[in-house]
Design a protein around this ligand. Structure first.
Ligand SMILES: O=C(O)CCC(=O)C(=O)O
Ligand SMILES: [Fe+2]
Length: 361
């Protein structure tokens, strides 16, 4: 087993905690409300330097979060045959099993070249039929598959609605932080492709032999505008800082992690960052410490064109060509699902490589 490189530097890096309550209140105070101005400034600083935040004051009831956690437990406790019955071909819905074939070799991965993600997941999302007037395609807005489990759907629906509200509250604050009208975001999120991915990081009982890289979820950036992440307060999530070092991150008590996706980096011409992250659950006494998370991806309308805001201070107007949400997501999914390299992601690939070189020094 190779020695683990230091994954968190002792100095300098932290994921700022931001109290969103001045925005959560929901009313629309005067434009220059000082409490909101402060939040907007904090968001701008976090998004410009780290790309991750911890949000408190989000207004989600404990009972809703407990419902989410309970639904995650109930689903992933089902036997593999039952879970496999909830796989959906060709849509970002239902169950995705861990990469069991490679894991079975030794519960490790043969080489760094065969890194495999052992997370298992269950996805639900916004459906075409919720917008009968828009003729949306079910290839983009798939039908959800609900497991036969008591109260699973109401618990997930309740959390989904709340995560959606938080994501939209955040984009309201983003508009203020960037000094642009709120319509910049509301204009591209009327029928946003939002997906909630429940993640379970666990391995079958028994010793784990590490003879290479074992990865909960490989390094990636999120695709969309913003991700609202609930996670167990267990180490595992690592975030790549601008100086190329991986840092362990877990949320403050009661907080949600929030990170920006590629579409916001595009929109802001890299003034704000879509930060690389990965999951490496800790191994204690030869076993993985189980970790759960739920990522709510707020990705924008499939037909929205995302172009860098022309007059935004700090935006690099030469960084990206305009792209539709559909084309951007299709390129990313082709990489993660079908193993086809996303050649458009040149900048991200360079950042991963630089971090790997730094770790091996
Ligand atoms: O499990 C986590 O903490 C992160 C999950 C994640 O990055 C994702 O689902 O995109
Ligand atoms: Fe992610």
């Amino acid at each position: 087993m190779t020695t683990q490189p230091p994954s968190s530097a002792p100095t300098g890096f932290s994921v700022p905690v931001i109290d969103l309550s001045p925005y959560t209140a929901g009313d629309d105070p005067a434009r220059d409300d000082p409490a909101r101005e402060r939040v907007a400034r904090e968001i701008d600083a976090a998004c410009s330097s780290v790309g991750f935040m911890q949000i408190v004051g989000h207004g989600i009831d404990d009972a809703v979060i407990e419902g989410l956690a309970g639904a995650i437990d109930d689903f992933f406790a089902l036997p593999p045959e039952t879970k496999n019955g909830y796989r959906v071909a060709g849509a970002n819905r239902g169950y995705s099993p861990p990469k069991s074939e490679t894991l079975s070799l030794s519960l490790g991965v043969e080489s760094a070249g065969r890194m495999n993600d052992f997370f298992e997941a269950f996805n639900v999302g916004v459906e075409a039929r919720s917008f009968p007037d828009l003729a949306l395609d079910e290839a983009d807005y798939g039908i959800n598959l609900w497991p036969y489990l008591p109260d699973f759907r109401p618990r997930i629906d309740a959390y989904f609605a709340e995560a959606s509200r938080v994501a939209r509250t955040l984009t309201r604050a983003f508009a203020d932080a960037l000094g642009v009208p709120p319509e910049v975001f509301t204009g591209m999120t009327g029928h946003s492709i939002d997906v909630l991915r429940l993640n379970n990081y666990a391995l079958p009982p028994g010793p784990v032999t590490l003879d290479g890289e074992l990865t909960g979820m490989g390094e990636h950036t999120d695709f969309g505008l913003v991700t609202v992440l609930w996670a167990d307060r267990v180490a595992g999530l690592q975030v790549l800082s601008a100086d190329g070092v991986w840092h362990d991150v877990h949320p403050v008590e009661g907080g949600l992690l929030v990170n920006l996706g590629d579409l916001t980096a595009r929109l802001t011409g890299d003034r704000w960052m879509s930060t690389l992250h990965r999951v490496r659950p800790p191994i204690v006494d030869g076993g993985i410490v189980r970790r759960r998370s739920a990522a709510f991806f707020h990705d924008g309308d499939v037909d929205a064109i995302v172009a860098t805001l022309p007059d935004l201070p700090g935006a690099d107007l030469s960084a990206y060509d305009p792209i539709t949400v559909r084309d951007h997501i299709a390129a990313k999914l082709a990489g993660s699902r079908q193993g086809r390299a996303n050649t458009g992601a040149v900048r991200e690939a360079a950042r991963v490589l630089a971090a790997a070189q730094q770790e091996s020094r």
